[in-house]
Design a protein around this ligand. Structure first.
Ligand code: PBG
Length: 339
């Protein structure tokens, strides 16, 4: 017979009350950032088939939506614009009367306290669906010495700077560059500062993997690449050391918040980034993570509420100070009910 252990961890699990006392991680609606997709037109609220409960909204629907989100105690939204027309430079992205500036104004009018994070990337705006200017004969900035289809880094930086200023001047509270373009944080910081917008923080998608889990988003934002994929600028899922190098560069360039994306399959990366850099860490629970839980729940294979809250808790436990999630509104309600 083995001796009976004297320390028994189960003592602290016996009742809900004692579990609550020793709980190490507590989710609140203040942890969430809710993504919004905005399109041109009037009075449309278009469901996205692969993301149950998520819609593309026209600007006139945003006031009600913003008030609902703020009323749930969620502090911020992140905006994605779907332009009326796409071109090789993604020019709608830096048009002061483009879809995102219109949306920002509508949200700020309706719910002034709700923070608007503006996702800054070109893939929704370019006709080829890549996240910047692409090297193509006959197109702007064509450089014969560089490979065809290569994403032209520095010309893209200039446009990112212009778009950041347009979004911030329209009232965006935080600029979130998501394209994994080298030097994007420094370029955007310089552009904002040059336009007397030094008070606007940058939430950098510092560590973004070339992930299959973005599939449903590309329907939602109408942004699939028309040729090739994004692996020349997004990271290889196999790499961890490189994530710390990417995050370190963004810190040096002046990022205020570091994002890791996707979330659940990359908790090791999130944990390392949060522990290494003394900046707030954000995690993006992406469209595929959301769709996967919904699909399983629709089949009766998983309990949606339980598994969504468990995933969000795990993401926070791994080190996220904030989570971009399509579950934000549902989770805020579930947390309220569970109190
Ligand atoms: C693009 C962008 C993407 C997402 C956020 N910003 C897609 C991509 O890189 O292909 C994905 C979000 C999601 O899947 O929920 N700039």
């Amino acid at each position: 017979m083995l001796p009976i252990p004297t320390y028994r961890p189960r003592r602290l699990r016996l009742t809900a009350g004692i579990q609550r006392m020793v709980r190490e991680t507590t989710l609140t609606p203040a942890d969430f950032i809710y993504p919004l997709f905005v399109r041109h037109g009037r009075d449309e609220r278009r469901p996205i088939a692969s993301m149950p409960g998520v819609h593309q909204f026209t600007v006139d629907h945003l006031a009600a939506e913003a008030r609902e989100i703020a009323g749930l105690g969620i502090p911020a939204v992140i905006l994605f614009g779907i332009p009326a027309a796409k071109d090789s430079l993604g020019s709608d992205n830096y048009d002061p009367s483009g879809i995102v500036p219109q949306a920002i104004k509508a949200i700020k009018d309706a719910a002034p306290g709700l923070l608007v994070v503006s996702d800054l990337c070109f893939c929704e705006y370019t006709d080829h669906g890549h996240c910047g200017i692409v090297n193509m004969p006959g197109h702007n900035h064509y450089t014969p010495s560089l490979p065809q289809g290569y994403l032209l880094n520095d010309p893209t930086l200039e446009l990112l700077g212009r778009a950041a200023v347009v979004h911030a001047e329209a009232g965006a509270d935080i600029i979130a560059p998501s394209g994994m373009i080298d030097g994007m944080v420094a370029a955007i910081r310089a552009a904002l500062d040059g336009a007397h917008l030094e008070h606007v923080p940058i939430m950098s998608y510092a560590v973004k993997y070339a992930s299959g889990f973005y599939g449903p988003f590309r329907d939602a934002a109408e942004s699939p690449p028309q040729f090739g994929d994004r692996s020349q600028y997004q990271m290889d899922p196999a790499n961890r050391r490189e994530a710390l190098r990417e995050a370190g560069l963004d810190v040096a360039e002046g990022a205020d918040i570091l994002m890791v994306k996707p979330a659940l399959p990359y908790l090791d990366i999130l944990s390392a980034v949060a522990a290494t850099f003394h900046l707030p860490a954000a995690a993006y629970q992406v469209s595929g993570e959301y769709a996967m839980l919904h699909a399983a729940a629709a089949n009766g294979w998983l309990d949606l509420r339980r598994c969504a809250l468990e995933s969000l808790t795990a993401i926070k436990r791994a080190g996220a100070d904030m989570i971009v999630t399509y579950f934000a509104k549902d989770a805020a309600r579930w947390l309220e009910e569970g109190r």
